[in-house]
Design a protein around this ligand. Structure first.
Ligand code: SF4
Length: 257
């Protein structure tokens, strides 16, 4: 059996997405926001030695992991001591890509394609994007960072090809909601065109990606009016032509979130 392990590097975030309660409060765990210290990271990783089950490690839970002041050092260290997958079998990163420069992109691509552990150890980078235009990004994400984020993600995708890296695969995620549903098609077309021009196989999905390929993922909003948000999500996915006939308005699997 696999164990999904979230080691939260920080519960701080640098933007304020409308759909995320993290952006609405000053604390997340009954205490002020914090950054994990180096010793805690080292001890957590050391504690994985000898665990029989496969560990799927994610350095994120509620905040934005890449704003940890030592994010690169933490991740590089984790891969350095994971030779032969002795600590974790898989690694996945979720990020809003606001703080995601060239040096960081090069590091992650290098780690994902380095020998020493199984080739598919670094499973994916999930980019939480949620908008196509600058104005909608600013509205939905609560920060005028849309152009910067797009530059960062595009640079990452181009560098991955330039460096000959097959991995990590990416998920380009769009949480469908009233404020952005009208630009789902523009979002899809933009990223599908770019990935296609780079020669990558691209999947389009209404639920968490199941295959190991780059995926444009349209996700339903979790909200108090769930049936309404599920219908909005299903309508968008139908309009994009990515839903097989016969599906109802709740597309995602029961166990999905
Ligand atoms: S980037 Fe992530 S943690 Fe930050 S507000 Fe948005 S959804 Fe929440």
């Amino acid at each position: 059996m696999a164990i999904n392990l979230n080691l939260e590097l920080t519960d701080h975030c640098n933007i304020r997405c409308r759909m995320c309660s993290q952006s609405l409060r000053d604390e997340a765990h009954g205490a002020p926001h914090r950054f994990m210290d180096w010793d805690t990271w080292r001890r957590c990783l050391a504690g994985l030695r000898g665990v029989d089950d496969d560990v799927h490690l994610c350095p994120h839970w509620l905040g934005e992991p890449t704003i940890h002041p030592d994010f690169d050092r933490f991740v590089e260290y984790a891969f350095a001591i994971n030779q032969g997958n002795q600590l974790f079998r898989e690694f996945k990163l979720h990020t809003n890509a606001v703080v995601f420069g060239e040096e960081r992109a090069r590091l992650l691509i290098r780690l994902a394609n380095a020998p020493g552990s199984a080739a598919d150890t670094f499973r994916f980078v999930h980019f939480s994007l949620d908008a196509h235009s600058q104005a909608v990004y600013a509205d939905v994400k609560g920060a005028d960072r849309g152009p910067q984020v797009r530059r960062n993600v595009e640079r990452f995708l181009r560098l991955r090809e330039e460096l000959g890296g097959r991995r990590p695969h990416v998920t380009l995620a769009f949480v469908v909601q009233p404020g952005n549903a009208h630009e789902a098609r523009a979002f899809r077309d933009h990223w599908a065109d770019l990935l296609g021009s780079l020669g990558r196989e691209v999947e389009q999905s209404w639920d968490w990606p199941a295959r190991e390929v780059d995926t444009i993922y349209f996700r339903p909003l979790n909200a108090h009016n769930q049936a309404e948000m599920d219908a909005l999500h299903a309508g968008v996915c139908r309009e994009l032509g990515i839903v097989p006939p016969g599906k109802g308005n709740r597309l995602r699997a029961d166990e999905s979130f």
